[in-house]
Ligand binder design. Structure first.
Ligand code: SF4
Ligand code: SF4
Length: 140
């Protein structure tokens, strides 16, 4: 780099505002197509498990409570997800999507990365079973 052009850059830096973004204090809207957290709409879910079978990082589990009544719980391991959207493309019933608004997923503990989707009573039943499996006691 020639001295003249370098000097020009130095002088310009005194008069121009920095280009650095002030995130997280100033936030710009994310693009619509941003792939954030996976979201699941269970209404049309058939329980086919195509999403979990096709996930390259084993980030989705579909837990069947009652297949006839279409009661399922989806366990999403956000820390394993590569945000490839393969599951979204493969779901024939358009139950899955990647949020363009919920994408700030950093956390200090592992708990927020273990996400359960479904009806509250179904999620509670699954969590009770997992806790019972850990302790070796029958769920309450
Ligand atoms: S691929 Fe779609 S319909 Fe099949 S289990 Fe997954 S979310 Fe449900
Ligand atoms: S976005 Fe990709 S990695 Fe994440 S759950 Fe779907 S298929 Fe798996």
């Amino acid at each position: 780099m020639k001295f003249g052009s370098m000097l020009k850059d130095v002088l310009r830096s005194f008069t121009q505002a920095p280009v650095t973004e002030k995130y997280p204090f100033v936030k710009k809207p994310a693009p619509d197509r941003l792939r954030g957290k996976l979201v699941w709409n269970p209404e049309k879910c058939s329980g086919c498990c195509l999403c979990s079978k096709d996930c390259p990082s084993d980030a989705i589990e579909l837990i069947t409570i009652d297949k006839k009544a279409k009661r399922f719980v989806m366990r999403y391991h956000a820390d394993r997800c590569t945000y490839c959207a393969q599951c979204v493309q493969n779901c024939r019933f358009e139950c899955l999507d990647m949020s363009s608004t919920d994408w700030e997923l950093a956390a200090l503990t592992k708990a927020p990365f273990d996400v359960y989707y479904g009806k509250d009573e179904d999620v509670d039943a699954v969590l009770a079973k997992l806790a019972a499996d850990k302790t070796g006691e029958a769920p309450a």
